[in-house]
Structure formats: structure tokens, C-alpha cells
Write a protein that binds this ligand. Structure first.
Ligand code: 4EH
Length: 228
């Protein structure tokens, strides 16, 4: 099977590249894609660059150009649910775009005609994630992840996103990847480790905990790949 593993930032895929050891590099659409064999699987690994547009391009490329049959996203997120502390892992049950707003025409936040507010991630991959968490003796939470083209560092904005979408965590790429995978019928999973709690300390916390949290997510994703 061809498995795509993507992150948004170099820090989010570096631990994965280290773990696979050697790989080939293919440049496409001004980005680098790293390919290798891993057990019986073919892996294609990439970081998209930050935000919904770049992550859409990368997810579509991983599927259409590299033939990905499963897509796993690994990275960090800002926590909304107070039960999520820095370093904790969350797997998305559903994802939504918190910055999509045509409410002027009577539509709900996050909705455009012929779209859906929430996109659900693959149930079987989520079950696999919980099996791996059990094996690793780690706590894994599941919940709604809200995506938008903003680094959120405000208690008010965070509270609004939490209330409007019942979101547990927020980031800048998950929902766009979900839209692509859903449309192209490729099972996907979004896993994130908390790097900050999207409040006034978010910028500082993010810089302090990015590397460690990104590695926690990447290690978990690779343990999942080993069981697929
Ligand atoms: O890819 C972007 C990164 C922040 S922007 C989204 N990622 C990290 C998840 C994330 C996040 N998103 C929105 C973690 N905490 C978040 C938050 N709000 N509070 C970035 C980071 N470093 C340099 C440049 N841009």
C-alpha cells in the first residue's frame, strides 16, 4: 500500500525522515516529496508549508501524483479543551474550517453550498490509533479539530472557535486536507500533539514546545504505520 505522511512544517516531518533513514527526493509543484520503502509499504512523506492553501496542494499531489491510498497527517496544534495539556495527543474525529464565513447569506459558520461544516476522519484509522495508544501506554484523546488561516493567540478567539464548533483543538491545515481526502475518497487521519493553548502565551509556548510535541506526534504516527 502507498501511505502518505504529511506535516505542515519541517519540524513536523523531520522525526519521520530520521526514522525511515534513507529516501529519495522528488521535486514537484515547488515542493519536495520524500519516498521510500517501509516494510511492505511504500511511503511518501512531505511538509506542505503552513496554511490551508499549501496543505490542499500537498494533499492533492500526494494522492493524484504519488498514488497515496491512505493519508496520515502529523503535527502540532493549539489546545482548546482544558483537558488537553502541552504534549497531549488528539486524533480528529471531525474537522471544520473556523474562518469560512458566508453567514451574511444565512449559512452557518464553516459552510459553503455543496460542502459540509464537518468532515469525518476514517473510523478504522482512528481505531488503529487507539490500539497503538494502548500498546504504548499513552493517553489519546479524540475530538473536533478546527482549522483556519490564523495562528490563534487570543483567549476570545479561542473561546469563540470552541463554542461555535465544539472544537477541542485548532490548527491551520487539517480541515483542508480532510476536504481533499474526502472528495478523492482516500481514508485519512489527522493526529496532533498540543504545542500551546492558543491564548496570550501561545507564541512563546509554541516556540518552546514545537520540536518536542512534533516528535511525539511523529513517533506515534510511525508506530501506527508499523501496524498498518
Ligand atoms: O502550521 C501552523 C503552525 C503555526 S504558524 C499551524 N500549526 C503550527 C498548528 C498550531 C496552531 N495553529 C493555529 C499550533 N498552535 C497553533 C495556534 N493557532 N495557536 C507558524 C509557526 N511558526 C512560524 C511561522 N508560522
Amino acid at each position: 500500500m502507498t501511505i502518505a505522511i504529511m506535516g505542515a512544517m519541517p519540524e513536523e516531518i523531520e522525526p519521520i525522515l530520521k526514522r525511515v533513514g534513507s529516501y529519495e527526493t522528488v521535486v514537484y509543484a515547488q515542493n519536495r516529496y520524500f519516498t521510500c520503502k517501509f516494510g511492505t509499504h511504500q511511503l511518501v512523506i512531505a511538509y506542505s508549508k503552513i496554511g490551508k492553501v499549501f496543505s490542499t496542494l500537498t494533499a492533492a499531489t500526494l494522492i493524484e501524483k504519488f498514488g497515496a491510498e491512505v493519508l496520515l497527517f502529523s503535527g502540532v496544534a493549539g489546545g482548546i479543551n482544558p483537558e488537553l495539556g502541552i504534549g497531549d495527543l488528539i486524533v480528529a474525529t471531525q474537522l471544520c474550517q473556523h474562518d469560512l464565513d458566508i453567514t451574511a447569506f444565512g449559512h452557518p459558520y464553516g459552510y459553503v453550498p455543496e460542502g459540509a461544516v464537518f468532515i469525518e476522519s476514517d473510523r478504522r484509522l482512528r481505531e488503529c490509533a487507539f490500539d497503538v495508544a494502548l500498546e504504548m501506554g499513552m493517553t489519546l484523546k479524540e475530538g473536533i479539530i478546527a482549522t483556519g488561516d490564523q495562528f490563534v493567540a487570543s483567549p476570545e478567539k479561542k473561546a469563540w472557535i470552541g463554542k461555535t464548533f465544539h472544537a477541542d483543538a485548532l490548527e491551520m491545515e487539517g480541515a483542508s486536507v480532510a476536504v481533499v481526502c474526502d472528495a478523492l475518497e482516500v481514508p485519512f487521519l489527522v493526529l496532533r500533539a498540543i504545542s500551546d493553548t492558543a491564548d496570550m502565551d501561545a507564541g512563546f509556548d509554541f516556540e518552546s514546545f514545537l520540536e518536542n510535541s512534533a516528535k511525539r506526534s511523529a513517533d506515534f504516527i510511525m508506530n501506527m504505520v508499523e501496524t498498518l
